[in-house]
Design a binder for this molecule. Structure first.
Ligand code: ADP
Length: 373
């Protein structure tokens, strides 16, 4: 009835009285399902590591210490897995004992309590329901794995495409420069204009591909959190890279005392560079940018904020601007590729944080992001 890897569908039985286990196994055999009996809770845990569809436990075989051990084991299960337990209460115990044990077993999460003496139909229907639930979990696992594969393929595609396209583009750039240098004199005004469009477009494509590559690379940030670093250092790096823009716009940057945080320097520098860079770039005509960088501790994370006095963002776009190549202005007025915030979002999410913006059009914006302390 339940076709799958036998180990993944077998029913494990923990019943200290040998006869109980044998009877249960005999009953379950009607479902054409394998069973395996553990002599104690330690053996059961070992068996569980090799796969199971459902677990039947006689209440008296599970002490509080075993339950604790089992709960710990369960907490290490992947998100798709919610092992189904069927617990058999001891014969003839008063109902307050049952409800007391039900409370203790609640740490197992997915359990069904069955009072003894148990009728074969009752145990069969409980096992059937548990195996059905487990099958659904395996299906969720397969879907998750397929999604992960598809995602990894897409990442690889974005990386290779942006990387490999840079090579021919470099040739277009070099040869259009050579054309201008060596044959520029022979071109008429129209020819010079055409060549100018080729040069500008290849420059733009180089920027787009560079940002796409940066976006693809951000997916490879390792899961492990690095050693803490002072946030002031990457901000210094970012401000040095933005020195020309700061000077040209006469921007004033105010910085609060910044904390020590668990993020790689290169990634925090990238966040600051994109967000402070935008705060300077999207300024109001004739109003020098004023940018304020702060950080506040909330429970286990730091919330950084970068506030500006610029053009602001219409509330209907405060989520979409984090999408790839999303821009609110045509290319003319503000330079950019629309990838900066998408890269920021990806970096922050790789550190299990969040990024968002609060803004009133015409009245400045404040970007926030969280990172582990
Ligand atoms: P880019 O700046 O290259 O266009 P981003 O991904 O950094 O790309 O930003 C996406 C869009 O969000 C920008 O085109 C701009 O319209 C808007 N934006 C970002 N930062 C600000 C800001 N500080 N003030 C106003 N608008 C902003």
């Amino acid at each position: 009835m339940f076709r799958r890897d036998a180990l993944e569908m077998r029913v494990l039985i923990l019943a200290p009285v040998g006869r109980d286990a044998a009877l249960l196994a005999q009953t379950i055999a009607q479902l054409d399902i394998d069973t395996a009996t553990a002599r104690d809770a330690d053996v059961l845990l070992q068996m569980m590591a090799n796969g199971f569809g459902a677990i039947i436990v006689a209440d008296e075989a599970m002490t509080i210490a075993h339950l604790h051990q089992m709960t710990q084991w369960l907490s290490a299960q992947p998100p798709w897995s919610d092992p189904p337990f069927i617990i058999l209460t001891p014969n003839g115990r008063p109902s307050d004992h049952t409800s007391h044990r039900a409370q203790e077993f609640s740490s197992l999460g997915n359990f069904t309590l069955i009072e003894r003496p148990v009728r074969p139909e009752t145990i069969l229907s409980a096992v059937r329901a548990a195996l059905r639930a487990r099958m659904k979990q395996y299906e969720a696992r397969s879907r998750q794995e397929a999604l992960l594969h598809a995602n990894a393929d897409l990442e690889q595609f974005a990386y290779s495409a942006s990387h490999d396209l840079k090579e021919p583009l470099r040739n277009i750039s070099i040869f259009s420069e050579l054309l201008l240098a060596e044959y520029g004199q022979s071109l008429d005004e129209r020819g010079t204009r055409f060549l100018q469009v080729v040069r500008e477009s290849s420059h733009r494509m180089d920027q787009l591909l560079g940002d796409l590559l940066g976006y693809a690379q951000a997916a490879n940030i390792p899961d492990e959190l690095p050693e803490p670093i002072p946030a002031a250092k990457p901000l210094e790096v970012a401000l040095a890279n933005l020195a020309v823009a700061i000077r040209e716009t006469d921007a004033r940057i105010t910085i609060d005392a910044l904390p020590i945080v668990r993020i790689r320097e290169i990634h925090l520098a990238q966040l600051f560079q994109n967000l402070v860079g935008n705060a300077i770039k999207y300024c109001r005509d004739g109003v020098p940018p004023e940018v304020c960088v702060t950080a506040k501790l909330t429970s286990d994370r730091w919330v950084f904020s970068i506030a500006d006095n610029g053009i602001g963002i219409d509330p209907q776009y405060t989520e979409s601007i984090f999408g790839i190549f999303k821009r609110l202005h045509a290319n003319g007025k503000y330079a950019g590729t629309g990838m900066g915030l998408a890269i920021c979002q990806r970096i922050v999410e790789r550190y299990r944080g969040r990024i968002w913006v609060e803004s009133k059009p015409g009245n400045g914006s404040t970007f926030f992001f969280t990172i582990p302390s």
